[in-house]
Design a protein around this ligand. Structure first.
Ligand code: AMP
Length: 363
């Protein structure tokens, strides 16, 4: 089984690492030559809109999937004629655009923040009048880790955000007063079989994910059913194959969907040491047409991202419940260099160790 992966960052690297034990081989395509999957497998470097590169990339592949969703629709249309593509062209088209994504939520009765498309100053003023303040102004496309968005608290800050974000192709969202952020990682196979991992609780700072904990605490069966129901509807509607992450806000009124990542996700890295089957292996099983592995958690996990600079690995590895995953990237401020997974047999021990690691290694 030879699998093509669009994008060759750390998610691609961890996909390949999960696929080798299954006898899979890989070919990556990235627009950048300095990527951290290059030491693992064949890498083609070129523009995603270059049909010659796409043709070379697709040669002798069994399936193409991705670790980076901002691939032009034209590339997916072209590739799909040459080789099966997962998760699905429709999933990519919708999740690349926050407005289309929110419309999908609405059409499936998945609760989401109220929103308006914003293309002019008048649109912005009308949207603010309807949603009130504060509100969140975002680009429809290409935002990540809080980039391409502003929390606006009054009209002058809204107008200045409008200018900074390019004055068109924006969305204004109602501010959600959430209690915590959760994500649901779900997987669907080629035959339509689905499963979900236990809900994950996510802690961000400066809009970057810092810590995930799973299974999330205080999850009632109703909450879990609600999340599973939303994931199921979305996966089926998109005819999706592979792992998907849905970011959710938990508020007093229940779960509110924020956005979909049509790929393996940072909030699922704990599954590498804390679930029967990791998100990476399950994504590959799905796209390769194999049966899914169990998504059950093994113990209580936490994941801490290593951002900017790397703590002393020899010190980290002295603790038997810590598992270190480094991506082979050069340190740079704000850059995700790796992550640490903690797995313990109780949530109390996990929380204690998490606090110790955060304090000792300044994470
Ligand atoms: P996003 O790029 O949509 O994932 O947003 C990044 C982060 O900004 C989220 O994880 C939230 O913490 C916050 N955020 C985004 N949208 C909203 C919203 N409508 N209301 C409140 N907080 C938000």
């Amino acid at each position: 089984m030879k699998i093509g992966i669009l994008g060759a960052g750390q998610l691609g690297r961890m996909l390949a690492l999960a696929g080798y034990p299954l006898g899979m081989s890989f070919r990556f395509l990235d627009q950048n030559a300095l990527v951290c999957s290059s030491e693992l497998s064949e890498l083609l470097v070129g523009d995603f809109s270059d049909q010659k590169i796409l043709t070379d990339f697709a040669r002798n592949l069994d399936v193409v999937t991705l670790e980076f969703e901002n691939v032009p629709a034209s590339a997916i249309t072209y590739l799909s004629k040459l080789v099966p593509f997962c998760p699905s062209a429709k999933a990519l088209q919708i999740t690349q655009d926050r407005v289309m994504e929110k419309r999908l939520f609405e059409s499936l009765a998945v609760p989401c923040a109220r929103f308006f498309e914003v293309n002019t100053e008048l649109d912005l003023k009308k949207a603010l009048a309807s949603l009130g303040l504060p509100a969140v102004l975002k680009t429809r496309r290409l935002g990540y880790d809080g980039k391409g968005q502003y929390l606006v608290r009054d009209l002058p800050s809204a107008l200045s955000a409008f200018s900074s974000l390019g004055k068109a192709d924006l969305i204004l969202e109602e501010f959600v007063n959430f209690q915590r952020e959760l994500s649901v990682l779900a997987v669907r196979d080629r035959m339509g079989g689905q499963d979900i991992y236990p809900l994950t609780e996510n802690l961000h700072s400066d809009s970057i994910l810092r810590i995930s904990k799973a299974p999330a605490s205080n999850v009632s069966s109703e909450l879990l059913e609600m999340a599973a129901g939303y994931a199921k509807k979305i996966l089926s509607e998109l005819d999706y194959v592979g792992v998907m992450a849905i970011e959710l806000f938990q508020s007093a009124s229940g779960l509110i969907a924020n956005e979909i990542a049509p790929r393996v996700h940072n909030s699922g890295h704990w599954t590498m040491n804390g679930a029967v089957t990791s998100q990476f292996e399950n994504h590959l099983r799905a796209v390769a047409g194999y049966s899914l592995g169990s998504c059950e958690a093994v113990g209580h996990s936490a994941m801490l991202n290593i951002i900017g600079s790397c703590p002393d690995v020899s010190k980290l590895l002295k603790h038997p419940d810590l598992h270190v995953h480094l991506y082979g990237k050069e340190p740079r401020p704000g850059r995700k260099l790796g992550h640490i997974n903690i797995r313990c047999d109780t949530a109390e021990k996990r929380d204690e160790l998490l606090e110790e690691v955060k304090a000792r290694f300044s994470l």
